[in-house]
Design a protein around this ligand. Structure first.
Ligand SMILES: Cc1cc2nc3c(=O)[nH]c(=O)nc-3n(C[C@H](O)[C@H](O)[C@H](O)COP(=O)(O)O)c2cc1C
Length: 151
């Protein structure tokens, strides 16, 4: 399994409905590519996590990077990803409310800040992302109905 996470700055205003539409389209495309992941948006910054085959994920990352609606700031490849964490989540938009329900909003805000700053090591950021993934996959196993059903 190959995985990466990136952050980007939005170059336009994204309303919740625009974000949901973006994720719905991504979900449809990613399903065909066996890619899973999540997308979050906070104060003009995206954090997206993608997992799947190496070529599929890198090709998609290239497409996303060329999207004029945002500017990618940093891409971090996650080394030695042991498993697919987000089975069935081809692209889930996680709203602030979703993140709050798993007490992840503070964690995510911290991750965004650390990704944005040059001070923190990639290793620290990876640890945080790993914590997010594990927290999500556990929570989702315990509460399969917690979020809206997969599309
Ligand atoms: C923040 C962000 C995340 C995106 N995530 C995905 C994604 O996971 N999968 C996908 O197919 N497109 C995603 N897109 C859209 C692609 O960049 C691109 O617009 C889409 O694949 C359609 O490309 P095309 O119109 O050139 O065919 C994302 C766009 C943005 C701005």
């Amino acid at each position: 399994m190959y995985a990466l996470v990136y952050i980007s700055e939005a170059d336009q205003l994204f309303e919740p409905s625009t974000l949901q539409a973006l994720a719905d389209n991504a979900n449809r495309r990613n399903r065909l590519l066996s890619i899973t992941g999540f997308l979050t948006y906070k104060e003009g910054q995206f954090l997206q996590y993608l997992e799947g085959g190496e070529k599929a994920v890198n090709d998609l990352m290239n497409t996303i990077q060329n999207d004029p609606r945002h500017t990618v700031i940093k891409v971090i490849k996650i080394p030695g990803q042991p498993q697919r964490y987000l089975n069935g989540w081809h692209m889930r938009y996680l709203s602030g409310l979703d993140l709050k329900s798993v007490s992840l909003d503070d964690l995510l805000a911290g991750t965004l800040n650390k990704l944005d700053s040059k001070i923190y090591s990639e290793e620290k950021v990876l640890q945080l992302v790993q914590r997010i993934l594990i927290r999500f996959s556990r929570y989702f196993e315990d509460n399969p109905q917690a979020f809206f059903p997969p599309l």
